[in-house]
Design a protein around this ligand. Structure first.
Ligand SMILES: [Zn+2]
Ligand SMILES: [Zn+2]
Length: 356
């Protein structure tokens, strides 16, 4: 396989451009299976677990019975009811409480997009300790499972996308891929493939394992106790406003914005890079998720630190990572070569790309 290894050419600004060589082996595989990605080779020596595996096929037979997780259903229903009540309180809420909620969600969102997603799930760039510390705290504030579990679900989503082994298989509809998958037991194929996934990089990262170990108390403190107590204690907000707006409404908003990447960005939009996969380009999702809605591109090139063909275009996460790079806290930002992107557009795109 050494002939398939890419050359990495460091270019200006510390961005590594990956030039992919032609691979006869890959071309012959493409004829057999339609869902073959352009980059099924070992493009990042340290990470291959997010590359689509086109050889996986769903097992025949009736689907397993849905097993509801009532604890999650009840908690999720209560949270959303609390958020709705929070909306009714919104007009009488203090400005500082709003500002805190917005600030909190910006930080928490970066913990997901720049942290759990682009750094830890996909290894699209490297981060020095102060940035990783910030991202792990921000990620805990987001309360969307610890980084280890998030990355395992996400890698399996990329590797087996739109199969039974995809935790939020969008073929099962908007509701299932948005939130439903969190309310039922995982499909046996998700568990099996998730167990077999190579997670050794995260197991070796002390910070990630530390968060996993202390996740429950840490998440209660950072995502529930603090946002409820701070407005009440520091600027005399009522406890009710603090709880229903700064905690329930704020948390519900960031949850739903993140979930749109799994639901809307797999159902609505063009597929300029790969028409054979479900993921799509969705500008509205990009706006709601700090640049994670260029999802057809992202599934085609999961190792691009920008998760988009573009850099700062509706992509606050890339802007943030670039700022961190300017401070010397982020480095080795990976991007495919322009030629590889254009070749992919031509070969498997749906014709909607402006270059086409
Ligand atoms: Zn991803
Ligand atoms: Zn996806």
């Amino acid at each position: 396989m050494s002939a398939c290894l890419p050359r990495e050419i460091p270019s200006n600004g510390g961005i590594t451009t990956i030039i992919e060589p032609h691979s006869l082996g890959q071309q012959s595989r493409e004829k057999k299976v339609e869902k073959t990605p352009l980059h099924s080779e070992d493009i990042r020596p340290e990470m291959r677990e997010d590359i689509l595996d086109p050889s996986y096929q769903d097992e025949e037979g009736p689907p397993p019975k849905l097993e509801y997780v009532w604890r999650n259903i009840i908690l999720m229903a209560l949270l959303h009811l609390g958020a709705l009540y929070g909306i009714t309180l919104a007009p009488s809420c203090k400005v500082y409480t709003w500002l805190l909620g917005i600030f909190y969600n910006i930080v928490a969102a970066l913990g997901i997009t720049a942290g759990a997603h682009r750094l830890w799930s996909h290894r699209t760039y490297k981060a020095r300790l102060p940035l990783r510390l910030f991202l792990i705290v921000a990620n805990t504030m987001a309360f969307q499972n610890d980084v280890y579990e998030w990355a395992r679900d996400h890698r399996v989503h990329h590797k087996f996308t739109e199969t039974h082994a995809d935790p939020h298989d969008s073929r099962r509809g908007f509701f299932f891929s948005h939130v439903g998958w969190l309310l039922v037991r995982k499909h046996p194929a998700v568990k099996e493939k998730g167990r077999k996934l190579d997670m050794s990089d995260l197991k070796a990262e002390k910070l990630v394992m530390f968060q996993k170990r202390y996740y429950k108390p840490a998440v209660v403190l950072t995502s529930i106790v603090l946002p409820t107590l701070v407005p009440w204690y520091f600027w005399g907000e009522t406890f009710q406003h603090s709880l229903y707006i700064a905690t329930f409404l704020r948390y519900t908003i960031i949850l739903n914005f993140t979930w749109l990447v799994n639901s809307a960005a797999h159902l609505y939009g063009y597929r300029p890079y790969d028409r054979n996969i479900g993921a799509r380009e969705n500008v509205l999702v990009s706006m709601a998720s700090f640049g994670e809605g260029f999802h057809n591109y992202h599934h085609a090139f999961p190792y691009d630190y920008s998760a988009s063909e573009y850099r700062w275009h509706i992509n606050f996460t890339t802007f943030f990572i670039d700022c961190m790079a300017a401070l010397g806290l982020a480095y080795d930002r990976k991007r495919p070569s322009r030629a590889a992107v254009l070749a992919k557009i031509k070969r498997t795109g749906d014709g909607s790309h402006k270059s086409g």
